[in-house]
Ligand binder design. Structure first.
Ligand SMILES: Cc1cc2nc3c(=O)[nH]c(=O)nc-3n(C[C@H](O)[C@H](O)[C@H](O)COP(=O)(O)OP(=O)(O)OC[C@H]3O[C@@H](n4cnc5c(N)ncnc54)[C@H](O)[C@@H]3O)c2cc1C
Length: 562
């Protein structure tokens, strides 16, 4: 913590994160990685010991990779091979295989044990330079002054109070978010509220006959079954109006509920709990210097396993923008794009989750054929099928940092794929390790700045964009290029008629240059658009963090180390 110079007042920090759940510690680690000191204040001493989330997608794994924890997280996950939609008699209506090799470098669907993964994230945060985690510290209130947010907190063990100032506060304080409440921000949403019983259990010897996750379309009682990895299993059962938790955990009732999969005597129950699933989002994601993230700003039913994934995306979306603003490299107006990009994205996924809940209701109380038809019809809804079938979440809408003019069809608002590429010395590595932590401009087959004017080159340097040359699979090794050994990027570029692509720090595509009518005519046009988007002056400014050269020694070393 940095004391305020001279006045002996409270410590002053760039960022205070309220809440050390998975979203809070991820946000703090991302900020720390971007060079922004962050303090996390967490009410509880330990990680919450019971799992809630069960599934993470490959975009989230890619984010964990950027923090250097993907391999450790993978130890606590199991790739999901397939998801089945079954009827009340467990007959398979639809089957959706999940790729073990998703486009972003990880299995498309990963089942995980939340407490173990949260512990990995928490440890990573405490080990990250610039990040401090203070557990047992409860934030009592926050107040905004002209230039800062004053945070009032207390140690729970001693009741001693402390105060600090922050340039920004990230409220990652969960679904009941005291900060959201204090700011008077309402939650708005769909007329959706369902109570479900969640049961986590260990079945020694496993359930070999049920290797796939199942969504049970049973109009009498929709259910979910998830093999979590090893001997761990999750069941979720919708509760009927008036039902209490103890009505379903009553031994004979529970035995009947589990009977389609396993005899009750083989099941060691870790916990049962009832949850009310809702589909809501805050009417505002930001008030001045305070931002809401994760469950504090949105809650969705878990039928698509996307609630936490959305929270981790919030953290990723905001962290790099905050880092640019704190470093004086972007105008604070850039921070408005956080809500602008994230709110419609979350709304889209929530809508799909609710629709899928409708599929699980089985399309009414008709017969098997009716339910099958209802499932089919709902799955025809644009986007829902893609999300369920290919695990493809919707893209981000155009905005200042996603200019519509340079996003071709099918690419805009999406992440660049992350294949393995070959370094000049023959070492294979994941693409993001080459792209580094900031903006990157990839040239397909040639130096993306090869035709740039000296003025444009200076522009790229001032914007601190890393130029990277990617050669096609059969190309001879080149000392200043990485090779696209799998051909994934070369195919992508051909499909989009792109000669180069500008990628944001969160790996979303800013725009492409190439011959497509909706591409920029040259990479230098992208520099102009980026400068405008960040509201950076055109001339007369030294590069803030040195040259963006691909082979600057520090970057190359860190690239090889990861
Ligand atoms: C049954 C169920 C199944 C789910 N399945 C999935 C799934 O498969 N995939 C998925 O992506 N998501 C899933 N979710 C959603 C997911 O669990 C949540 O979105 C996620 O855990 C929220 O993380 P968070 O960090 O935003 O909030 P939390 O985990 O709630 O963390 C908030 C933290 O803030 C702290 N805090 C609160 N107030 C204060 C204060 N005043 N001062 C200091 N600290 C404070 C709390 O102690 C807590 O540690 C599921 C949820 C449920 C209930």
């Amino acid at each position: 913590m940095t004391p305020r110079p001279g006045d002996g007042g409270p410590a002053h920090l760039p960022v205070v994160v309220v809440g050390g759940g998975p979203v809070g510690v991820t946000a703090a680690s991302l900020l720390g990685a971007a060079g922004v000191p962050a303090l996390v204040l967490e009410r509880e001493r330990d990680v919450y010991h019971l799992p809630r989330a069960a599934h993470l997608d490959d975009e989230v794994m890619r984010i964990f990779q950027s923090l250097g924890v993907a391999e450790e997280v993978l130890v606590h996950t199991r790739p999901m091979a397939s998801m089945q939609v079954v009827d009340a008699n467990r007959r398979v209506l639809l089957r959706f295989p999940r790729s073990r090799h998703g486009p972003y470098g990880y299995p498309a669907a990963n089942m995980f044990h939340q407490p173990a993964v949260e512990q990995v994230l928490r440890t990573a945060a405490t080990e990250r330079h610039g990040v401090t985690l203070r557990t047992g510290s409860e934030v009592a209130r926050v107040e905004q002054t002209a230039g800062a947010v004053r945070v009032h907190a207390r140690e729970r063990d001693t009741s001693s109070e402390f105060v600090m100032d922050a340039d920004f506060v990230l409220a990652c304080d969960g679904a009941r978010s005291p900060i959201r409440e204090a700011l008077g921000i309402a939650l708005r949403g769909r007329r959706f509220s369902q109570r479900w019983l969640v049961l986590d259990a260990v079945v020694e010897g496993g359930l070999a006959g049920f290797p796939h996750a199942q969504q049970v379309c049973d109009p009498r009682r929709p259910a979910t079954y998830v093999p979590m990895g090893g001997p761990r299993y999750r069941w979720e059962f919708q509760m009927l109006p008036g039902e209490r938790t103890e009505d379903l955990t009553d031994p004979p009732v529970l035995a009947r509920l589990l009977a389609p999969w396993v005899e009750r005597s083989r099941v060691r129950i870790d916990r049962t709990a009832s949850y009310t699933f809702r589909a809501v989002a805050a009417e505002r994601w930001r008030v001045g210097r305070i931002f809401l993230l994760g469950d504090a700003v949105h809650q969705m039913p878990p039928f698509l396993g996307q609630g936490l994934c959305a929270g981790i995306r919030d953290a990723h979306n905001l962290a790099w923008k905050l880092a640019l603003v704190v470093a004086g490299r972007a105008d604070p107006a850039v921070l408005d794009t956080y809500e602008g990009e994230r709110a419609p994205h979350v709304a889209g996924i929530t809508r799909r989750a609710v629709l899928f809940g409708g599929v699980m209701q089985g399309g009414g109380r008709g017969g098997h054929g009716m339910r099958w038809l209802a499932s089919r019809a709902a799955l025809g809804v644009p986007g829902l099928r893609r999300l369920i079938e290919r695990q493809q979440v919707p893209g981000l809408r155009p905005g200042p940092l996603l200019p519509a003019a340079v996003r071709g069809p099918g690419m805009g608002g999406r992440l660049l794929p992350q294949p393995v590429v070959m370094l000049p010395d023959g070492t294979p590595t994941r693409l993001d390790h080459v792209l580094g932590p900031g903006f990157a401009l990839i040239g397909f087959g040639s130096d993306p700045l090869g035709d740039s004017t000296p003025e444009a080159r200076a522009d790229w340097e001032r914007l601190d964009v890393l130029p990277v040359t990617v050669t096609p699979p059969a190309a001879a090794p080149h000392a200043h290029a990485v090779n696209d050994v799998t051909g994934v990027l070369t195919d992508w570029a051909a499909r989009h008629r792109a000669s180069s692509v500008l990628v944001r720090p969160d790996r979303y595509i800013f725009g492409v240059a190439g011959t497509h009518p909706r591409a920029a005519p040259s990479p230098d046009h992208l520099a102009v658009l980026l400068r405008r988007a960040l509201r950076r002056p055109a001339q007369g400014e030294a590069p803030p963090f040195g040259s963006g050269s691909f082979y600057s020694a520090a970057r190359y070393t860190s690239m090889k180390r990861r």
